[in-house]
Write a protein that binds this ligand. Structure first.
Ligand code: SF4
Ligand code: SF4
Length: 329
């Protein structure tokens, strides 16, 4: 049997990075039938308060991380009432080389986003535009994408439904003509298993079409030898067993924060129900001061960013050096 002794991305083992998954608002102008936010909406305030937003940004530099990477979803993030303040605080509290931010949008309000970003072109700010074709047809999407001024900051994300390969291929070719270069075509998975109706051609397309994400690795112990396997995000989409970290120590919470619209802070999606900090009233400094690595309880890890966070088997490996330095035993 193979035992994973170390996992994550090389970069996150070397650098003390912080990943922030932000849901500053949960309201949306679409009503997708598959939306997972529906079940959360009744539990949350719809929008993060101005006070919590300021507390978050003013505390983050005090954590002295090497780099801060924001992923801002929703709802539809362009509907967040304090959107201009998010950009203003990023500029106020961070030098441009310490920060990267990606907004995950449904693409219906690109004109609004264009206006917001026009004064921030020097920053590493990105948009992932997910095409929800059941809510807005391909023609309308193509028109909006052709009019948007900043295709260089965008990744187009599309879910491949069995039988729609031709349509997706055609959308990609057309958007390439507008200057878009990055695409992420995702498979449908059910209970972490690939939807069974894909043809060989569709699986090949999924394996080769997507924009190249950072590489992850697992280090295994096999018959007293260490074996390192590198893989991409698409490979684990097709084989989720690669990201089964159950029982390993994980730096989620030290290297990642999830911010919910009600101000609750959690370490990763599997610990969301047990939030111990709320930035409407608490300081992130206190939260971090009490930090202990998590022992993962899950048979698979929730998303790309969290798979890249360092994990290790304490029987065979130690935590990253920067963590040992900050938290000597
Ligand atoms: S665009 Fe996203 S947040 Fe909005 S309804 Fe669809 S899946 Fe939900
Ligand atoms: S599910 Fe959470 S605790 Fe488990 S490996 Fe992923 S980020 Fe870490």
């Amino acid at each position: 049997m193979n035992t994973i002794i170390k996992a994550g991305s090389e970069q996150n083992w070397q650098q003390n990075n912080l990943f922030l998954s932000c849901n500053f608002n949960i309201n949306c102008n679409f009503q997708c039938s598959y939306c997972i936010n529906k079940k959360f909406r009744s539990n949350f305030n719809e929008q993060l308060s101005q006070k919590a937003l300021y507390n978050l940004f003013s505390n983050l530099p005090l954590l002295k991380k090497d780099f801060y990477s924001f992923s801002i979803a929703g709802g539809e993030p362009s509907l967040y009432q304090h959107f201009p303040d998010v950009l203003k605080y990023m500029k106020e509290f961070f030098p441009p080389n310490k920060i990267k931010a990606t907004w995950l949008t449904n693409g219906s309000l690109l004109h609004k986003l264009e206006e917001y970003f026009k004064d921030y072109r020097a920053y590493d700010f990105n948009l992932t535009i997910t095409l929800h074709l059941e809510q807005m047809n391909a023609e309308t999407y193509l028109k909006k994408l052709s009019e948007f001024k900043y295709p260089d900051m965008c990744t187009i994300k599309i879910m491949l439904e069995p039988g729609t390969l031709k349509q997706i291929d055609s959308i990609i070719e057309k958007t390439k003509n507008f200057g878009y270069k990055k695409f992420n075509v995702m498979p449908i998975t059910i209970n972490q298993k690939l939807y069974p109706n894909y043809t060989t051609e569709e699986i090949q397309f999924l394996e080769t079409s997507s924009f190249n994400y950072q590489r992850l690795f697992n280090e295994y112990l096999r018959e007293n030898q260490t074996i390192k396997k590198e893989y991409t995000r698409n490979e684990y989409n097709l084989n989720p067993e690669l990201i089964n970290y159950k029982g390993l120590k994980c730096l989620a919470g030290y290297n990642s924060l999830i911010i919910s619209p009600d101000g609750a802070i959690s370490s990763c999606y599997s610990t969301m129900k047990n939030s111990v900090c709320n930035i409407n009233s608490d300081s992130l400094i206190n939260y971090m001061a009490e930090y202990e690595p998590i022992t993962c309880q899950n048979p698979w890890c929730a998303c790309g960013t969290y798979t890249a966070i360092p994990k290790w088997n304490p029987k065979y490996s130690e935590a990253p050096n920067y963590f040992i330095k900050n938290f000597p035993k």
